[in-house]
Design a protein around this ligand. Structure first.
Ligand code: PMV
Length: 359
């Protein structure tokens, strides 16, 4: 599949006004994407669990207008007009205009809200961008009812990717691969695909509790972080390692080798942050409590034989991953030992889910 197949032909703009709403989740990468080229193409393949409770709900009211040169839209976040988010969305509409010419023929009123607390340090770009992408695809489907569900999801992932790379993995679930990889024939740098193999039942409803360590604005944005991979001394080895890790993880997911899962996932998280520590300029996104939590998880695992592990995204928060059958014990471990390291004692229980929902 190349990009031209996403350019619609013969759309008839007969539809006047329509309103669509989608709820799309965030995701947590197991093998991390860090490093990209234009336009938002990954330097290595990544895989993530799609989440459930952490999601964005977006409604777009489309009203037919005469064709304009630049997308005409208003943005409301949690009920309030949000002009400071507009430049990012305007750039997104510019990027996708070739693939979605209809964005220039409708006025769009975008209403968005997140299920997770505002500035919780949880990246909202994956759920936010995928929600807008799904809404656009709903309009496209109304303009061209012949498009298949497969094409709908693939193009939604393609569009979401142009907004935020990791958003390409927030359309489907529970496991999504993004980036071309020799082991997966259907994989592509352009969009995410569902992990195509059988997955061992130990990973069913896999749990993710997000410990909110630091809710402040990140000192270094992920855009800047990705760019620092360009002249990074370890970049090429890192990209190679990530692709090898995906091959290994694919086997682990199929066989249910949870001890190997723990090793690989934690190593991926620490390697991501090692790339940040060794960038020029270097930076640190972990906080003292990130490390306190990691040490607590390691000693809990040592003491109890639990299969809990941690991962990190580009921030200080810790994602605790564990099988559903350990839910009770892990919840009490969090309450008794880990909540003290979280800002205002806050954490969010989540689990792997199936992706976007039309509502
Ligand atoms: O989608 P972006 O550009 O915000 O990058 C996200 C990168 C990580 O969250 C650190 C890793 C990943 O694969 O999600």
């Amino acid at each position: 599949m190349n990009t031209t197949s996403f350019i619609p032909k013969d759309l008839k703009f007969l539809l006047k006004d329509t309103t669509v709403t989608w709820k799309t989740p965030s995701n947590i990468a197991l093998v991390k994407y860090w490093g990209k080229t234009n336009p938002q193409l990954p330097k290595n393949t990544s895989i993530s669990f799609t989440l459930s409770n952490c999601h964005t709900t977006t409604k777009i009211i489309f009203s037919k207008i005469k064709k304009v040169q630049q997308a005409d839209f208003e943005l409301f976040f949690e009920g309030k007009k949000k002009d400071d988010f507009k430049p990012k969305i305007a750039t997104f509409f510019e990027r996708i205009a070739t693939y979605c010419p209809y964005v220039l023929e409708y006025k769009m009123e975008i209403h968005s809200e997140n299920s997770f607390p505002h500035s919780s340090g949880i990246a909202s770009s994956a759920s936010g961008m995928s929600a807008i992408a799904m809404c656009l695809m709903s309009l496209e489907k109304e303009l061209n009812p012949a498009i298949s569900e497969e094409f709908f999801n693939q193009k939604a992932s393609f569009l979401a990717r142009l907004g935020s790379g990791s958003a390409s993995r927030s359309i489907e679930g529970p496991l999504v691969i993004w980036g071309d990889h020799p082991d997966f024939d259907e994989s592509s740098d352009l969009y995410g695909i569902k992990f195509p193999h059988y997955v061992h039942s130990i990973f069913d409803n896999y749990q993710d509790t997000i410990l909110l360590v630091d809710k402040g604005e990140k000192q270094v944005s992920s855009t800047v972080g990705h760019n620092l991979m360009h002249d990074h001394p370890y970049a090429e080895n890192r990209f190679k390692q990530a692709n090898e890790n995906l091959s290994k993880l694919s086997k682990i997911l199929q066989t249910g080798n949870i001890k190997e899962f723990i090793k690989l996932v934690e190593s991926e998280a620490l390697t991501l942050h090692a790339m940040m520590l060794t960038s020029d300029p270097y930076f640190i996104l972990m906080k003292p409590n990130t490390l306190n939590i990691i040490n607590e998880i390691w000693s809990y695992r040592e003491k109890t034989g639990s299969n809990v592990c941690f991962t990190l995204d580009a921030g200080a928060n810790v994602h605790m991953l564990y099988p559903e059958n350990e839910k009770e014990q892990i919840h009490s471990f969090i309450e008794s030992k880990l909540a003290q390291y979280c800002q205002k004692g806050q954490f969010i229980h989540d689990f792997a889910g199936l992706g976007a929902l039309s509502i």
